[in-house]
Ligand binder design. Structure first.
Ligand SMILES: Cc1cc2nc3c(=O)[nH]c(=O)nc-3n(C[C@H](O)[C@H](O)[C@H](O)COP(=O)(O)OP(=O)(O)OC[C@H]3O[C@@H](n4cnc5c(N)ncnc54)[C@H](O)[C@@H]3O)c2cc1C
Length: 316
């Protein structure tokens, strides 16, 4: 599985394949499976459809490891526009961003300034919101930027800005990182980890990662007692883990509205619907934009069965 995942990550990073796929009309079938919309107006409409089903949204402007300064500004501008519109409609939506989309490959300070701009806009535009918490969720990329991502999060939190962060259960360091940051942030999103890191820093067996995920999830739930504003976010499609987390919450009298599940757009939509119908808080990570290839092919890396969507589009 790690070999397959590494292969798909390499495919995601190959500029020639990316150019071919993103300029090829038939590839849009593949894109549509995992990408919600091409622009801000369309993605707001999509979020309204999901909200009607009881599913909240986390917007993500497509693009990763961005070096081009114009693209960085475009991402910040697009997300700022979205925050302003979302602030007006007052849906309980959030913004997710990779630090390397906000300029981390250029400098820590330019990335920090861009993230601060977004977080300030969120704070201003949602100040009167009655509908849930609004914050900027930092995604966690590969291990070379973990320290910087944590420092960025701490910088924003120190300035009183609404920020949250993602941690990867597979990394050995994660339990300690969570203990250090959980008092400062509004939410922590726990994922298994999408990067094939070295076994020196990371668990590599699926059963070990699942075990570590559950152990951290329980610690995050225990934190609710200590920090009443803290919201644990469990970003997984693993129904076994979801069942165990809900059982732990029920046993410890933790109400359903004190924690949240989050899944990717286009993945396990039935399970998303079932959780919403049973009054669990469920959010969908909703990517939009034109730079779809790296994002979509990573989904094939996570689940080899998704190769069918790629084959369907290229064999048309
Ligand atoms: C909201 C969200 C945000 C994320 N942010 C980050 C991040 O910032 N950094 C990071 O490293 N990773 C991130 N990830 C990815 C994450 O690390 C995992 O790679 C991914 O979620 C698959 O793990 P899983 O927990 O669903 O469990 P798995 O054990 O991989 O999957 C459980 C079951 O879910 C289904 N499933 C899982 N993935 C897919 C898929 N792509 N297509 C179809 N079915 C699938 C399969 O049926 C599988 O059996 C994020 C994931 C989500 C949901």
């Amino acid at each position: 599985m790690r070999f397959w995942q590494k292969g798909m990550i390499n495919l995601a990073l190959n500029p020639k394949v990316k150019f071919f796929m993103q300029t090829n009309r038939s590839a849009s079938v593949f894109a549509r499976q995992f990408v919600g919309a091409r622009d801000e107006d369309q993605v707001i409409k999509k979020s309204e459809q999901l909200i009607k089903k009881g599913i909240r949204v986390s917007f993500f402007h497509l693009g990763e490891y961005v070096k081009n300064k114009k693209k960085i500004l475009k991402t910040i501008h697009s997300l700022s526009c979205l925050i302003k519109s979302v602030g007006q409609t007052d849906l309980d939506n959030q913004i997710s961003i990779d630090p390397t989309q906000a300029g981390l490959l250029h400098s820590f300070s330019s990335c920090r300034d861009n993230l601060m701009k977004l977080a300030r806009t969120i704070k201003e535009k949602t100040a009167d919101s009655l509908n849930g918490e609004h914050f900027l969720m930092l995604d966690m990329e590969d291990a070379s930027v973990t320290d910087d991502t944590i420092s960025l999060c701490a910088c924003l939190a120190d300035c009183g800005l609404p920020v949250a962060i993602t941690f990867q259960a597979c990394l050995f360091r994660t339990p300690l990182d969570i203990d250090l940051l959980s008092g400062q942030v509004k939410a922590i999103r726990l994922v298994k980890g999408a990067f094939a890191e070295s076994s020196d820093i990371c668990l590599t067996r699926k059963n070990e990662i699942d075990q570590q995920y559950l152990c951290i999830a329980k610690r995050m739930m225990d934190n609710i007692e200590l920090n009443h504003n803290f919201c644990p976010v469990f970003a997984t499609h693993d129904d076994r883990l979801i069942g165990l987390i809900n059982a732990y919450a029920a046993k410890n009298d933790i109400p359903k509205d004190r924690y949240e599940f989050e899944m990717l757009y286009g993945v396990r939509t039935k399970l998303q619907g079932t959780l919403a119908q049973n009054n669990f808080k469920i959010r969908v990570y909703l990517p939009y934009g034109k730079d779809f290839w790296p994002y979509a092919v990573r989904r094939v890396g996570e689940n080899p069965k998704n190769i069918k969507f790629l084959l369907k589009s290229v064999l048309r």
